[in-house]
Design a protein around this ligand. Structure first.
Ligand code: FES
Length: 111
């Protein structure tokens, strides 16, 4: 079964969008983003101390939109791999979340 997470045009404002899922009764925050023609998804949990990365709704990229950014202690992550390249969790990675594009929407089969 497939679940629609959001429409592609909902990424236009910030490049990303947070979606809160209910998985087996547990609240799980994930985010999807559009980056250089790729659509990617990650679990919204920083490997440093497992806080959500964002302080502002749907803002996950730094101001240059070059890196994913954790607002808590400034970790920077490579967008394509999720690897932390600067900050307190350098060398650790975000957890990928499986997404794909179907028609004009971003969907997941992980439900
Ligand atoms: S919680 Fe992300 S850098 Fe500390």
């Amino acid at each position: 079964m497939t679940r629609v997470l959001c429409r592609l045009d909902e990424l236009d404002a910030t490049g990303a969008r947070e979606i809160v899922l209910n998985k087996d009764g547990a609240r799980v925050s994930v985010f999807v983003l559009k980056y250089r023609g790729h659509i990617l998804g990650y679990v919204n949990s920083c490997p440093h101390v497992r806080l959500p990365l964002n302080w502002t709704a749907d803002v996950f990229l730094d101001v240059s939109r070059t890196y994913l950014f954790c607002a808590n202690h400034g970790a920077h992550f490579d967008v394509m791999s999720g690897l932390c390249i600067r900050g307190p969790c350098k060398g650790q990675s975000l957890t990928p979340y499986p997404v794909r594009v179907e028609d004009d929407s971003i969907v997941t089969d992980d439900i």
